[in-house]
Design a binder for this molecule. Structure first.
Ligand SMILES: Cc1cc2nc3c(=O)[nH]c(=O)nc-3n(C[C@H](O)[C@H](O)[C@H](O)COP(=O)(O)O)c2cc1C
Length: 259
């Protein structure tokens, strides 16, 4: 067993990409995926316990806060959190800090991944995916070094009250988005969406995908459909799809990855 564990949620692979890079820079870690309830909740045997998650709707992806609460950590463990975002860091790290009392935190600004429904100018200054990832690799290496040295942050993660308000309303937004999701006739029933949906909310029936009502609007189905058959009303119709180039679909469905 490694000395280090990183709990990671990832919709389109950005956070898993960074979790892998941080793990490598630390000399190894077990990465436990939190797209569903984590397979390992007893983390008391680890010296360093990390969280690498994206900002969703100003807060954390649906379910993640409860998953973090379910994890047991040794009192002596060093705890760190990293949030990845397109435009602003939101209140997610503050929420995690309230649960686990982080020793260290940092942010990763992924400029170019937002198929998300926000205008692309939020990802400012505009950069290509290749350029964005290059910058992030450097930052991940710095985070790994900090974590390896058990660096303690001078300040706690900011509360960002406005983002906390946004995130409290996000489940309602999800419901509205969920209602306007549709599967077009170009669907070939390949099952990619069903396999990747973190909530098990998509079924293949009669050779076609059917989206249920338990959606957290992660857009993974929209992003990974090989036929671009899943859309949210007109919002995603002509938007470029995005998948992190360093993470495979299989990795996204793993429960634990050993680095
Ligand atoms: C449902 C959803 C909500 C998001 N909300 C925000 C947000 O409020 N602020 C922000 O800066 N980025 C937001 N983003 C962008 C993600 O934080 C960013 O693309 C991140 O790199 C995704 O990481 P992942 O690929 O590991 O899921 C959102 C993305 C999604 C899919």
């Amino acid at each position: 067993m490694s000395e280090n564990v990183i709990y990671c949620y990832s919709g389109t692979g950005n956070c898993l990409d960074m979790a892998k890079k941080i793990a490598k820079g630390m000399g190894g870690a077990d990465i436990v995926l939190m797209r569903k309830a984590p397979a390992v909740t007893d983390a008391t045997g680890y010296q360093r316990v990390g969280f690498v998650v994206p900002c969703y709707g100003g807060g954390l992806p649906g379910g993640v806060e409860d998953y973090v609460k379910s994890i047991q950590i040794a009192p002596s463990a060093y705890k760190f959190g990293v949030i990845q975002f397109a435009g602003y860091m939101g209140s997610g790290l503050h929420k995690i800090d309230k649960i686990v009392d982080l020793d260290y935190w940092n942010t990763l600004h992924m400029h170019s991944s937002a198929i998300w429904l926000m205008p692309h100018w939020l990802c400012f200054p505009p950069k290509s995916v290749k350029m964005s990832l290059k910058g992030l690799d450097r930052k991940a290496a710095k985070i790994a070094k900090d974590v390896q040295a058990k660096t303690v942050s001078a300040k706690k993660p900011p509360k960002r009250t406005i983002c906390a308000v946004e995130s409290a309303g996000f489940p309602k937004v999800n419901k509205l988005l969920n209602k306007s999701m549709y599967v077009s006739d170009t669907c070939i029933g390949c099952g990619t969406c069903a396999k990747l949906c973190p909530k098990g909310n998509i079924e293949i029936r009669g050779g076609k995908a059917h989206v249920g009502t338990n959606c957290i609007a992660c857009m993974t189905c929209v992003q990974y459909c090989p036929k671009e058959a899943i859309n949210v009303g007109k919002l995603t119709k002509n938007r470029a799809r995005y998948q992190n180039p360093n993470v495979s679909q299989t990795e996204l469905t793993e429960t634990i990855i050993h680095i």
